[in-house]
Design a protein around this ligand. Structure first.
Ligand SMILES: Nc1nc2c(ncn2[C@@H]2O[C@H](COP(=O)(O)OP(=O)(O)OP(=O)(O)O)[C@@H](O)[C@H]2O)c(=O)[nH]1
Ligand SMILES: [Mg+2]
Length: 392
């Protein structure tokens, strides 16, 4: 049986399917479609093949048995008939057991990885799971790779790896090189402690290498150390710096600063918001509404758990996010969260950071780079977007 589901978020669709069918389904198609009649809105269309439960069949057989039993009691007029019916019952029970075993076997091979020649694919499936790629996505990546491989290629690690990387890369969305360069006012938001301020300083360094005039603003005025943190970076970079307390003040200060220093860019640092605290996200929205930045980057740490990232994306969904920044790639061995986060929503990854060095440890995200990081843990993002280090 094939079923079709539609909805805005891939993750939510998957949850709905799981609610309906548990794990008894295989994903056979996933695409983005326009939502009718609001054709400017996109949504995901997912087709799944439902694997029939052996027990459903068993219960049909049970009904048959019950019928037989009924007949047995109605028509039995001698011991011989009774024994015969009991024999039939026993035979059917044996058949049922055999059917169950066959069906479980079929399910295994139907879902893949049961066969010896698919041993290498299985290794890669496990690699993806170890990298924390969610199970449904990992299955999809392996199925896609398997479809593109001949039986002989399936036993070659090199061939399998090439296809798996290709499949991961095709699912990773990234911003183009010029995306941030086209934005004059850039704000970074996100949970506490993920590296927003550090990333702002790295970006400031990056723009300076392009001979641009950059201004820094923080709205994080409630913690003394927070203001000082960005102020010190601003001093080192010799960039103008302001702190603002109220949303209305932010717009005024931004415009004044641009005029006064003839700035090319303004980078706005914000207070870390717990994704569990929806009120604080509304407060943040007031600051963003006041300035209407050209680019709003949501900063996520690779060390965060998948479920927490899902929750963060869900709670920040009312904010028009332009891109995701993934920080602290150097602090974990599992990078599947980058794929889980971008798959199923339209927000691309713009930059990744892999260390505390300002401004060096920041790289432009690429589809291949993210795929290699997820599968093999290797840093393959080319060279840093900045080549000086103010910590040295
Ligand atoms: N290892 C590593 N540490 C990082 C990276 N980015 C930031 N950090 C460190 O993470 C810590 C927190 O960074 P901040 O920039 O203060 O984080 P924040 O999001 O501004 O924090 P709040 O303002 O408190 O919400 C600091 O010690 C940074 O040096 C990174 O890519 N790798
Ligand atoms: Mg900060």
């Amino acid at each position: 049986m094939i079923k079709e589901y539609r909805g805005r978020k891939f993750n939510v669709l998957m949850e709905d399917i799981k609610k309906d069918f548990g794990d008894n389904f295989t994903l056979i198609e996933e695409k983005e479609v326009r939502k009718k009649p609001w054709i400017w809105m996109k949504e995901h269309q997912v087709k799944v093949k439902i694997i029939e439960e052996p027990f459903e069949k068993a219960s049909k057989k049970q009904k048959l048995l019950d019928l037989l039993n009924q007949q047995d009691y109605q028509s039995r007029d001698g011991k011989e008939d009774y024994v015969q019916v009991k024999n039939i019952e026993q035979t059917m029970n044996n058949m049922l057991e055999t059917m169950k075993t066959i069906q479980v076997g079929q399910q295994k091979t139907a879902s893949y990885l049961g066969e010896e020649h698919e041993r290498v694919l299985k290794e890669y499936y496990e690699k993806l799971i170890h990298s924390d790629v969610n199970e449904t996505l990992a299955k999809k990546i392996i199925s896609e790779s398997r479809m593109r491989l001949s039986e002989s290629q399936m036993s070659s690690h090199q061939d399998v790896e090439k296809e798996v990387l290709k499949s991961i890369a095709s699912k990773v969305k990234v911003t183009d090189e010029g995306d941030l360069l086209r934005s004059n006012i850039i704000a970074l938001i996100g949970p506490t402690g993920v590296g927003k301020t550090t990333t702002i300083a790295k970006l400031a360094g990056y723009f300076q290498t392009k001979e641009e005039k950059v201004g820094l603003i923080t709205t994080d005025v409630y913690r003394i150390a927070a203001v000082d943190q960005l102020r010190i970076y601003a001093e080192i970079l010799e960039a103008p710096f302001r702190s603002v307390r109220e949303p209305e003040e932010l717009k005024e200060v931004t415009l004044k600063m641009i005029e006064e220093y003839n700035l090319d860019r303004v980078l706005i640092d914000t207070v870390g918001r717990s994704p569990m605290d929806t009120q604080s996200i509304y407060d943040l929205q007031e600051y963003l509404d006041a300035t209407d930045p050209d680019h709003i980057g949501l900063v996520l740490s690779s060390t965060q758990k998948n479920r927490d990232i899902e929750k963060i994306l869900n709670n920040f969904q009312h904010i028009p996010l332009s891109s995701l920044f993934f920080t602290k790639l150097d602090e974990t061995l599992q990078h599947g969260s980058m794929l889980n986060a971008v798959h199923g929503n339209d927000i691309p990854i713009s930059y990744v950071t892999n260390g505390q060095n300002v401004p060096n440890d920041i790289f432009k995200a690429s589809q291949d780079g993210v795929a290699r990081k997820i599968l093999n843990g290797v840093d393959d993002f080319g060279s840093s977007i900045v080549s000086t280090n103010i910590n040295e």
